[in-house]
Design a protein around this ligand. Structure first.
Ligand SMILES: [Fe+2]
Ligand SMILES: [Fe+2]
Length: 313
């Protein structure tokens, strides 16, 4: 072990030894966990009996709200015919649900790795509910893709280097999970009530939104709590590094919704060039800020971010 990695391991261990006090010492956090657990018990449902799964969905209508498509408002999007846009709405929605499946797998892996581990005592009961609910979500999103598109898109998200501040790893993990869930929820909320969409599409989005409102409430609490503690431990330069890292993650999450594979499956020519054109369009920057607005407002109001702008990658 190098001196640097020994120092990093010691700082990680020191931080984890204090985690029981950071999480367990906050009465409000414990109260909220109790309330969320009671709500999960009250709203428990059997996903295997909840959905109907017709054998096919009409290819004529939109599968995703047009305003949530990555080409919305862009020059490249304006050049597409209505038929092309409708085909793309199907494949962008399959990309969106595939991203959900991969994001949930990461979330589950991380939560399973922490449940009943030292430091997480106060959250264990609620973690059981998150794990159960997320397993259901992963199942119905994957089922949708496999039934109506015959596939899931593979996970192409690229991990980027973390800032190398061992005390901040736990905060960064829960910040990433929260941002993922809030971004997805913006889509779920809109598509769950969008009368232009097939009832099966509306329902998976609506059901997911109902569960996620609890997860997001949990995520916001733990992220705010962990960052408030970090503000006492870290210097301003390190806090700025965390802000830059989380913003890069946000921008990358928005960009992952714009998929060359979805363009190709929709029959659009030159899918990689099209993706570059969409990402460079000012309308996409507006799309990223619009879909991430809730997270940006939250991060800024909790002093996690100094401003609500997410720069391009
Ligand atoms: Fe979920
Ligand atoms: Fe969730």
């Amino acid at each position: 072990m190098t001196p640097e990695s020994a120092d990093s391991a010691a700082r990680t261990a020191g931080y984890l030894a204090e985690l029981p006090d950071i999480l367990g010492g906050d009465k409000r956090f414990i109260d909220i966990l109790g309330r969320l657990t009671a709500m999960s018990e009250r709203d428990y449902y059997d996903p295997y009996k909840l959905f109907e799964w017709p054998s096919s969905l009409s290819e004529d209508g939109y599968w995703m709200s047009p305003e949530l498509m990555t080409v919305y408002g862009t020059e490249a999007g304006a050049a597409l015919t209505d038929e092309q846009l409708r085909a793309l709405s199907k494949w962008e929605s399959i990309n969106f649900y595939s991203l959900n499946v991969h994001g949930i797998r990461e979330l589950l892996t991380q939560i399973v790795g922490r449940i009943h581990m030292p430091g997480y005592e106060v959250a264990s009961e609620y973690f059981h509910h998150i794990i159960g609910e997320e397993n259901d979500h992963m199942w119905f999103f994957a089922k949708f893709c496999l039934t109506y598109a015959g596939k899931l898109y593979p996970d192409r998200r690229m991990p980027f280097a973390a800032p190398g501040i061992p005390e901040a790893d736990t905060f960064l993990l829960f910040a990433r999970l929260l941002i993922f869930e809030e971004l997805v929820d913006v889509f779920n909320q809109k598509m769950g009530d969008d009368e232009r969409l097939d009832p099966t599409i509306r329902k998976i989005n609506k059901v997911h939104h109902q569960d996620e409102s609890r997860h997001i409430a949990f995520g916001r609490q733990i992220v705010a709590l962990l960052h408030a503690d970090l503000r006492r431990r870290l210097v301003p330069e390190q806090l700025a590094q965390l802000e830059a890292y989380v913003k890069r993650y946000m921008r990358a999450s928005a960009e992952s919704l714009c998929s060359p594979a979805a363009f190709r499956d929709a029959g659009l020519p030159e899918p990689y060039a099209l993706r570059r054109a969409v990402l460079a369009d000012p309308a996409f920057d507006a799309f990223a800020h619009r879909t991430l607005k809730r997270s940006l407002t939250f991060m800024t109001s909790e002093d996690i971010f100094s401003n609500g702008r997410i720069p391009p990658l």
